[in-house]
Design a protein around this ligand. Sequence first.
Ligand code: C5P
Length: 221
Amino acid sequence: VREPDLAGRHVVVSAGGTREPLDPVRFLGNRSSGKQGYALARTAAARGARVTLVAANASLPDPAGVDVVPVGTAVELREAVLRAAADADAVVMAAAVADFRPATYAAGKIKKKDDQEPAPVTLVRNPDILAEVSAERARSGQVVVGFAAETDDVLANGRAKLKRKGCDLLVVNEVGERKTFGSEENEAVVLGADGSETPVAHGPKEALADTVWDLVAERLG
Ligand code: C5P
């Protein structure tokens, strides 16, 4: 049994993937299952933390003893994360947030007409929530963690992203067709803003989650 080393702490975890609607029946989405974020929420609760799980479209059971806030879009996820982050000791952004959303939402289902050319879909930028939480630090000493899925030059791209986002820790994993998404297991390197590099061997998503909380707990002191 683990020490309740996160007792008295409030942690916020985002999980799942955002869906950006085009009309009442269509959306732009991604393949994130939410499993890594849910594993982070479960393990933090097991270590004594009060946990707010901002869950974007994950069809997973609510973890026991965790406050789950369901959201759909990136804009909704931002609202929920910023609200919960106000008194949080740590924020872990495990959700796959869409970088762009359709510029307009059609209130009725978009129709096709015979011989019609495909209509262009115009996209606009979504807010970068991780960068915003990192820049704001709603509470002093707050530890902010991001995730990055990379397909090539994993470490170099991870280092650059850590710097760009301004977070304390960045969990970098290599993704490919049979890797990570929807899987029960993960393999990663956790990069620290202090230059640290913590490899996590291929294993259950809970093991990676516990390594993240070890590194967070170290930084909370
Ligand atoms: O830039 P990229 O999408 O690779 O960054 C991934 C990290 O940034 C994840 O932690 C994700 O939750 C977060 N993110 C965000 N807001 C966005 C895009 C990504 O918070 N609009």
